[in-house]
Design a protein around this ligand. Structure first.
Ligand code: M6R
Length: 366
């Protein structure tokens, strides 16, 4: 059942070229310039008319929501709020009739996300679900939605569900941008073609596995880790930190790289590993300066870079390459080495990778 892999988590990490392709199958036709999402029909016009979108989720699904915020604002020009379901539901949120709420959940059973949906529905919101588990409570509670088609995820650490959530969200909102006319046809086409090539790029990113295992050996005894990214890679930093803490029990924090100087920089010394997600994008020069700031304080830098980068390898202690893609799609690729890093470190520390202590796959308690 683990398909020859030692753990479900590793199997699910390596399955991603396939699960992302499955998620796009029958939906994305790049050569024809078409996106078909059967589950979003009746309320598609309401979505196009929205003056704001609220996304609710927990954990990794919340990180996928943060990537979606950047994407929706960029492509559709609709303001987005991303909320922890548990905070949203208890704070008397402002929701008006016809507001759009998007709930993201792998299991479809997360209690706080479900309660947030019920609250929003009671106030007249239209709720879309981005869910993996077919027929789950959240899938049933939403008005419309799109399933991930990623297949069951068994490892408690969410991996393939995250990349499938991003893929679905990108498809939904590219389609919306096209409908609203907020994206140029050429850019739309370019993104579809790029999206179609993501599974091959993920396949390539997985080839760093041996190198990541070697790096993990050197850092497995660290007590803390910092993960830094900017723009589309900021939520990836949060996700990398969550993966490490939940399965290896090493304290890790994710931050927007520019926030480092507002506090976390005080933590940096020769014992602090800092993982930079520093692929080539519109904030590249800025993140290069952040790497220099960490190096000048003797921090140990592990950088995720775009293939062929010649600058960062001169500064960082270790670099892990990923293939180039459009910056809006990069989280699908740049998260892969972080999943592997957490897996190897946890394994070397003797942790139960698939069933970390104190955690359940579905958090059905409030
Ligand atoms: O099933 P859901 O997507 O609603 O679950 C949300 C979180 O409980 C989940 O993502 C959790 O954070 C994972 N263990 C992270 O790897």
């Amino acid at each position: 059942e683990k398909g020859g892999y030692e753990h479900f988590m590793l199997k699910e990490i390596f399955e991603q070229p396939k699960s992302i392709a499955d998620c796009m199958r029958g939906r994305l036709n790049a050569s024809a310039g078409e996106l078909t999402l059967g589950g979003i029909q009746n309320y598609a016009e309401a979505l196009a008319q929205a003056d704001r979108i609220i996304i609710v989720a927990c954990g990794t699904s919340w990180h996928a929501g943060l990537v979606a915020e950047y994407f929706i604002e960029d492509m559709c020009r609709i303001p987005v709020e991303v909320e922890y379901a548990s905070e949203f539901r208890y704070r008397n949120p402002v929701i008006k009739e016809g507001d759009i709420l998007i709930a993201i959940s792998q299991s479809g059973e997360t209690a706080d996300t479900l309660a947030a949906i019920e609250l929003a529905k009671a106030k007249g919101a239209i709720v879309f679900g981005i869910v993996n588990t077919v027929g789950s409570s959240i899938a049933r509670a939403t008005h419309e939605g799109a399933y991930l088609h990623a297949g069951p995820e068994i490892g408690v650490a969410s991996t393939k569900a995250f990349t499938a959530q991003l893929t679905v969200l990108i498809m939904v909102f590219l389609k919306l941008a096209k409908r609203k006319g907020t994206i140029a046809e050429s850019r739309f086409r370019e993104l579809l073609i790029e999206l179609e090539s993501v599974p091959q790029k993920v396949e390539k990113a997985l080839k760093s596995d041996d190198q990541i295992r070697e790096i993990s050996e050197l850092f497995k005894d660290a007590h803390n880790f910092l993960y830094l990214g900017r723009g589309y890679n900021f939520p990836v930093a949060l996700e990398g930190a969550l993966k490490l803490k939940e399965i290896s029990y090493i304290h890790a924090e994710g931050y927007p790289a520019a926030e480092m100087k507002h506090g976390p920089i005080a933590l940096i010394d020769e014992n602090m590993p800092v993982v930079f997600i520093a692929t080539r994008d519109s904030s590249y020069d800025k993140i290069v300066s952040n790497i220099q700031e960490v190096k000048s304080r003797k921090g140990k830098v592990i950088a995720i870079v775009t293939e062929g980068d010649v600058l960062i390898p001169k500064m960082a202690d270790f670099v892990i390459e990923v293939p180039a893609t459009h910056e809006a799609l990069m989280p699908l690729v740049s998260v892969i080495p972080l999943q592997l890093l957490s897996y190897h470190i946890a394994l070397m520390r003797g942790c139960n990778v698939d069933q970390p202590r104190n955690l359940a796959k579905s958090v059905t308690v409030e």
